[in-house]
Design a protein around this ligand. Structure first.
Ligand SMILES: [Mg+2]
Length: 391
């Protein structure tokens, strides 16, 4: 089998608001076509114009080759071999960041092709000789709205209660009224974040797992600890990205002193960045995002590294049904994956999440059952793809 073409789609929801923090308002979708009539679908969480340029920019020297040229004519079933050629062939422009994120979307599409060609779901192929789980557990990722403290707190409480009513066993609250992700004009002192965490735990009751994401709010461990030392009574499953991403020595201090597990990894590309955050940053929960880390094989390598280090995996995914499906297939191969991130269409405003892809994966009793369809098991809504394509 040979790859005959690749289409890069730049999608933007017509109701997008650049003042919001949600990266699910846009999408980078690739379709990889083959000479056997099989098309694979992939996605990555990266500025889609940048990613399209990463794929289509002409090559100018041996360490800065054109991704599209390398992909066309290649065997789509040789996923590891093609990934390695792309990684090395773009090394002077890539190795990390947007180039790796763009390669991740292509790699995801190759797995979709392989699954469709062999008549098997991606999780079975990705697991190799390893076991495939019967069920995985999604957590509802909740991004509150509101332009005042009270509106923000109340919207989060309301959505947490609705997530429980929808049957979710776990919820993650974005509690970010300060720091780089603060939006809607909010700028609240750190101690008011404690009030929000307390309100959400109180509304959820003791049985659901609760995670909190403060989105890089604190500059260092000492500042973070001044607030989160008080959060032990709220029994958090983890605290996500408490400190600016590059301050790994501060992460290590927080790991040693905080009363909950620390999570990081949504932005990291390649296994090498995860080696840094686990070994130097001592993070307890690694959060690879399948597209951003470079694809399913790279995400699987991160899972294996976490397993060897006795750490937990909870993948990041704030995107459409395409990435959710890829994330789920990964989780079915990882026994130490506690939850997958899941943006409930009922509890989000993102048009692309609601409309772009359909999937066989349904949540029943708070769990997702092992997929049976070949490939990623998703279908693109071609009408939505056309309507939201801007380049
Ligand atoms: Mg996050």
């Amino acid at each position: 089998m040979k790859i005959t073409g690749i289409d890069c789609h730049v999608l933007l929801a017509p109701n997008y608001d650049p003042r919001l923090t949600s990266s699910a308002q846009d999408s980078f979708i690739v379709q990889v076509h083959t000479d056997q009539g099989i098309t694979g679908i992939g996605e990555s969480d990266v500025n889609p114009w940048i990613a399209k340029a990463c794929v289509e920019a002409p090559g100018t020297h041996t360490m800065g080759l054109c991704i599209k040229d390398m992909v066309i004519g290649a065997d789509p079933l040789d996923i590891a071999g093609l990934w390695q050629r792309l990684y090395v062939g773009t090394a002077m422009n890539g190795r990390r960041g947007a180039v790796i994120h763009a390669i991740g979307a292509i790699e995801m599409a190759l797995w979709d092709i392989k699954g469709k060609a062999l008549g098997k779901p991606v999780c079975e192929l990705l697991a190799g000789d390893g076991p495939v789980r019967d069920h995985i557990v999604p957590y509802a990722s909740l991004q509150p709205s509101g332009r005042s403290f009270e509106e923000y707190r109340d919207s989060l409480v309301e959505w947490a209660v609705r997530a429980r009513q929808l049957g979710f066993k776990a919820v993650k609250a974005e509690v970010t009224m300060n720091g780089p992700y603060a939006h809607s004009g909010l700028h609240e002192p750190y101690e008011r974040h404690t009030e929000v965490v307390a309100a959400v735990r109180n509304a959820l009751g003791p049985d659901l797992a609760l995670m909190v994401d403060v989105q890089y709010m604190w500059p260092d461990a000492a500042t973070a600890l001044a607030t989160v030392r008080d959060w032990k009574p709220y029994d958090l499953f983890f605290l996500e990205t408490p400190i600016w991403v590059d301050r790994l020595d501060e992460y290590a201090k927080l790991h040693d002193q905080a009363p909950m597990k620390i999570a990081l990894g949504e932005w990291q590309a390649t296994r090498w960045e995860f080696e840094d955050i686990m070994d130097r940053g001592k993070v307890d929960v690694a959060q690879p995002d399948v597209g951003r880390v470079g694809g399913l094989l790279e995400a699987k390598a991160v899972c294996d590294m976490a397993f060897d280090r006795n750490r937990i995996i909870v993948p990041h995914c704030w995107k459409t049904g395409v990435s959710i499906a890829a994330t789920a297939h990964l989780a079915f191969t990882a026994p130490h994956c506690a939850f997958i991130e899941f943006l409930p269409p009922e509890l989000c405003v993102e048009t692309l999440r609601k409309e772009l892809a359909t999937t066989e994966m349904q949540i029943v009793d708070g769990q997702i059952a092992r997929p049976r369809k070949p490939g990623l098991g998703i279908e693109l809504n071609m009408d939505a793809l056309r309507r939201y394509t801007v380049a």
